[in-house]
Design a protein around this ligand. Structure first.
Ligand SMILES: Cc1ncc(COP(=O)(O)O)c(C=O)c1O
Length: 424
């Protein structure tokens, strides 16, 4: 097939009619397939379910002399703090191990800035006339929603191959109303981009007008390669400290996609000064998080090296799914010149850029044929993609056979929407 732009009107009509027949045949099958959210598949959950068998012996109830079944250790079990410090490359004293969700810790950090203020806040953010927030996009919809619910003005920052467009960030932070930025530095959601050394250096070196500017460093996919070797990443806490801004960053991570989403363990890491401030604010809120689950994870994951071994087993399940998705796109869509995408090596998503003005139509067609995808626009602030182009594909949940069907349907819909846009 020639690129669609080179087809004559008659050829376009013919191709459209052929695809319409194919689409109707898929629709008649009454499919119910889901590529909407980045959830691990059943095989991955089964892989880690031996975690339930741990903590049988009474000796497992004690960690560093602490009875994990009781109150105490609000900042997390020392062994759990050491585990995350090993994974993230920072110091255990800089790690706070919480409950089952890093998103909750992120929300809570912003909430605390809003109600009480951060370490260097002249006043709580609720007392500010306007709070603006930088959102590299395409990005993670829930990040954008967190800052939207607090009434912040979301400022879109374009993403490049090496992370957020740093010229735009450096310009934006001259405004004292700009209080922070969302970052997913490794296998960003949904682009799968890894921030370049240069981007990281420039972020750490920012001199924002706001004294309490906050980098929300969500390292959700820090050990999540599904192709190739583990890619090391730098410790953002020490890089910010070396740049003279030790308190400008909070890092987040969790075991949601290492062990069990919703039943894993999450953490934040920050400077010791920030930790002292957060401890003060958290003390009235919680006596201690679930240390039993923390202990289970310490026993199960042990250390970074052992965690990386487990991640290679996840990769053996995830790799074929991602290769299937991208190979289908390469075969079905690439020759037509109507879309672009990346071939990520880790994370949970493939970011697909359809012909501008066709993402919503493509996804409406998918829905009609029984394939659910993340809604169009979700990867942009306020759910509005100005180009109506970006679509997030999440291949992890469906089994391979279902994924193949879902991708075939998706490609038919992408083509139909493009032909409609070109005129049929
Ligand atoms: C970038 C990013 N951060 C955080 C999360 C959620 O993490 P948790 O389960 O630790 O709340 C996700 C889930 O998809 C994500 O993609």
């Amino acid at each position: 097939m020639k690129p669609y732009a080179q087809l004559t009107p008659a050829e376009r009509k013919e191709e459209y009619a052929r695809l319409q027949t194919e689409f109707d045949a898929w629709k008649a099958k009454g499919l119910s397939l889901n590529m909407a959210r980045g959830k691990p598949g059943k095989q991955q959950l089964d892989l880690v379910s031996d975690i339930f068998g741990l903590m049988q012996a009474p000796r497992d109830y004690v960690s560093d002399g602490i009875d994990v079944r009781n109150y105490g250790e609000m900042c997390g079990l020392p062994a759990a703090r050491r585990l995350f410090a090993d994974i993230l490359g920072c110091k255990p004293e800089q790690v706070f191990v919480g409950g089952n969700s890093s998103l909750q810790l992120m929300y809570d950090t912003i909430a605390k800035a809003y109600t009480h203020g951060l370490l260097h806040s002249p006043r709580p953010w609720c007392k500010e006339e306007t709070v603006k927030w930088l959102c590299p996009a395409p990005g993670y919809d829930r990040h954008f929603k967190v800052t939207e619910t607090f009434g912040f003005q979301l400022v879109t920052i374009p993403m490049t191959d090496g992370g957020p467009d740093m010229d735009a960030v450096e310009e934006a932070v001259k405004d004292p109303a700009v209080k922070g930025i969302w970052c997913v530095p490794k296998y960003s959601n949904p682009e799968g981009a890894i921030y370049s050394q240069e981007t990281i250096r420039r972020l750490a070196a920012l001199t924002p007008a706001a004294p309490d500017f906050l980098i929300m460093w969500d390292n959700a996919y820090c050990v999540h390669e599904f192709e190739g070797d583990y890619v090391p990443f730098p410790d953002i806490l020490s890089i910010c400290a070396e740049a003279g801004h030790p308190d400008m960053v909070f890092e987040f991570a969790s075991t949601s996609k290492i062990t069990l989403p919703g039943a894993g363990v999450a953490c934040f890491a920050c400077s010791e000064a920030n930790m002292a401030h957060m401890e003060k604010l958290l003390t009235p809120q919680v006596i201690s998080f679930d240390k039993v689950n923390q202990q289970r994870h310490v026993l199960y994951l042990r250390d970074k090296a052992h965690t990386l071994e487990l991640m290679r087993k996840h990769a053996a399940i995830m790799g074929p799914k991602f290769r299937g998705v991208v190979d289908t796109l390469d075969r079905e869509i690439a020759p037509l010149g109507i879309a672009s995408w990346r071939r990520p090596k880790g994370g949970y998503f493939v970011s697909f850029n359809a012909m501008p003005g066709t993402a919503r139509r493509t996804l409406a067609l998918c829905k009609e044929a029984g394939v659910t995808m993340t809604s169009a626009g979700a990867t942009f602030p306020y759910g509005k993609d100005p180009q109506d182009s970006n679509i997030r594909i999440a291949p992890s949940l469906p089994p391979v056979e279902e994924l193949e069907q879902a991708m075939t349907v998706f490609c038919v819909c992408v083509k139909l929407a493009a032909l409609e846009k070109l005129g049929v």
